[in-house]
Design a protein around this ligand. Sequence first.
Ligand code: TMP
Length: 206
Amino acid sequence: MTGRFITLEGGEGAGKSTQAALLVTALRAEGLEVVATREPGGTPGAEAIRALIVEGDPDRWSALTELLLVNAARADHVARLIRPALERGAWVVCDRYVDSTLAYQGAGKGVPREALIDQHRLATGNLWPDLTLVLDLPVDLGETRAIGRGRLDRFELTGGGFHDRVAKAFRASVVDDPARVRLIDATRDPASVAAAIWAEVEPLLA
Ligand code: TMP
């Protein structure tokens, strides 16, 4: 594979979608073919599964069912969009990927890490990003931003310390895999966050 695979991660309201769009524009300005995508979703089949994952009551699914749905969507997304793009040399910028599963279904909902890793291997052929940017924002600030955006999804409605566990897991991922995962302070204005992201991405262009 010759393309690069970059993921943006973080809790609710961290500004991932805004930053993903800015990053895609900056990479295209370098003359690269860039595929902009998101999870859960990214292909018609995976978007249909996304609706099952994000809509409805917080307790609609058990943690295991939720994990299987996330990976069913990811298997389709990787096989039909991400892997073909990387193989033809395109760069892929994805709003959420496996680190969201480790944080939400793992730390948030208690699925053991070995099960998450086994599932990831099966669903993706063990495809990991080249670079992951974790947008770090205090949980209460993210919640306020998410509420400001309108209707809350299943995860945004989940309480009981769930989002604190998720945030802690994202920060831990930077320590666990420093070669791949970088922490970005997302409390700053969008232009400053974009500059911090570009400082991490630019070395990959060489
Ligand atoms: P979004 O609001 O960032 O578009 O993401 C939708 C929700 O899906 C978000 O609350 C996190 C959740 N999610 C998981 O629980 N596990 C995953 O693996 C992914 C990719 C997302």
